[in-house]
Design a protein around this ligand. Structure first.
Ligand SMILES: NC(=O)c1ccc[n+]([C@@H]2O[C@H](COP(=O)([O-])OP(=O)(O)OC[C@H]3O[C@@H](n4cnc5c(N)ncnc54)[C@H](OP(=O)(O)O)[C@@H]3O)[C@@H](O)[C@H]2O)c1
Length: 306
C-alpha cells in the first residue's frame, strides 16, 4: 500500500532561488518555515555561498551550475542577485532547455528595477513581478525576527501579484501594489530613509570624533538623540518634530557650524547645507520665522554651497 500523502505538503509550490545572499536566504527560510513553499534548488556562482545559504535555510539542494536548475520543475523562481545581474540572469534562464515556463511565477526583489527585467521569461509563458520588501536585510538572522509587518510593494503581471501577495502575507508582510513608473522615486525614498540614515549617523560620529568625543560617549550622545528625533518625526510629523537653530533662525549658530565643518571635515560641508535647506523648508511651514530670518538663512546656505 502507498504511504498516506500529506495533502498540504503535496500541494506546496516549489521555489528555486538564484542568488541566495542576504535577502534570498532570509525570504527562503521565512517562506519554508511558514509552510508556504518547498525549497527546491539553490544557485549562486560560488557554490560555497550556496552551501552556506542551504545551511541557513535548512532545506533545498545546492546546484553548481545554472543548467542544473532544470533538474526539477518549480512553480516559483526568485532571482535575488544584485540588481544589475537580474536581466542577464533571466536571459540565461530563458536559454536553458528542458524547463517549461508555463504556470510559473518568476520574481525579483529590486526596489528600482521593474518586472520588465524578466520579460525574456514572460515571453516563454511565466508570470513576472518585482516584489520589494521595505526592509534592511543587513543581518539575515536578525531579519528573521524583525521581518513581520514589513511592507512589500508588488508590481507586474496580475497572476504573479496574486501569487506573491499570498506568499508575502504568509510570512507576515503587508503588501501594496506599485506602478513601474513610481519605482524610482519610491526606491529613492526607501534608500534615504534607510541607508542615508546610517550615513547621517556616521557623519555625526565623524563630527564628534573631530571634537574629541568617540566610543561610548559618542554613542551615549547620539543614540537617544537620534531615536527621540526619529520617534518624534514619525509620531508628530516632520514639521512639528523639527527643533534646533534653523527653526529659531539662529543665523550665527549656523555660520559657526559651517566654519568649523569647513575647517575640520570639509567633505561634510555640503551634506550639512543640503539637509539645512530641507530643514529650512520645514521651518518655514511652522510660520514662526520672519522674512528677514528666512532670507538670512537662505543666503547663508546658498552662499556657502560649493
Ligand atoms: N539587502 C537588502 O536590504 C535588500 C532590501 C530590499 C531589496 N533587496 C534586493 O534584493 C536583491 C539581492 O540583494 P542582497 O542584498 O541580498 O544581495 P547580496 O547579499 O549581495 O546577495 C546577492 C547574491 O547573488 C549572487 N549572485 C551574484 N551574481 C549572480 C549571478 N549572476 N547569478 C547567480 N547568483 C548571483 C551572489 O553570490 P555569488 O557571488 O556566489 O554568485 C549573492 O549570494 C537585490 O535585487 C536588492 O536590490 C535587498
Amino acid at each position: 500500500m502507498n504511504p498516506p500523502q500529506n495533502p498540504v505538503l503535496s500541494t506546496l509550490p516549489r521555489l528555486h532561488i538564484i542568488g541566495a545572499g542576504k535577502l534570498g536566504r532570509t525570504l527562503a527560510r521565512l517562506l519554508n518555515e511558514a509552510g508556504a513553499v518547498t525549497i527546491g534548488n539553490i544557485y549562486n556562482r560560488n557554490s560555497e555561498h550556496s552551501h552556506s545559504a542551504r545551511a541557513f535555510i535548512g532545506a533545498g539542494h545546492v546546484v553548481a551550475k545554472l543548467e542544473q536548475l532544470s533538474n526539477e520543475p518549480a512553480q516559483l523562481w526568485l532571482l535575488a542577485t544584485p540588481d544589475d545581474a537580474i536581466h542577464n540572469c533571466a536571459q540565461q534562464l530563458a536559454e536553458l532547455t528542458g524547463i517549461s515556463w508555463q504556470k510559473t511565477t518568476v520574481f525579483h526583489c529590486s526596489g528600482l528595477k521593474t518586472s520588465a527585467e524578466l520579460s525574456s521569461l514572460q515571453a516563454l509563458g511565466s508570470s513576472i513581478a518585482s516584489a520589494h520588501p521595505a526592509h534592511s536585510f543587513s543581518s539575515p538572522e536578525r531579519s528573521l525576527a524583525s521581518f513581520a509587518s514589513t511592507v512589500c510593494t508588488l508590481e507586474g503581471d496580475r497572476q504573479a501579484i496574486i501569487a506573491l501577495d499570498s506568499l508575502f502575507r504568509a510570512i507576515g508582510g503587508q503588501t501594496a501594489t506599485i506602478t513601474a513608473e513610481a519605482k524610482p522615486l519610491y526606491h529613492a525614498a526607501t534608500v534615504m530613509a534607510s541607508n542615508y540614515l546610517v550615513a547621517l549617523l556616521s557623519a555625526s560620529e565623524t563630527l564628534l570624533e573631530k571634537a574629541g568625543i568617540d566610543g561610548a560617549l559618542s554613542s551615549a550622545i547620539l543614540s537617544p538623540l537620534m531615536r527621540q528625533s526619529l520617534d518624534n518625526g514619525l509620531t508628530e510629523g516632520s514639521i512639528d518634530a523639527l527643533t534646533g537653530p534653523v527653526t529659531r533662525g539662529d543665523i550665527n549658530t549656523l555660520q559657526a557650524h559651517l566654519k568649523a565643518i569647513e575647517h575640520k571635515t570639509p567633505h561634510l560641508h555640503n551634506t550639512y547645507i543640503t539637509l539645512g535647506i530641507e530643514a529650512l523648508r520645514l521651518a518655514q511651514q511652522k510660520n514662526h520665522l520672519t522674512e528677514k530670518q528666512i532670507a538670512a538663512m537662505e543666503q547663508c546656505f546658498f552662499k556657502n554651497q560649493i
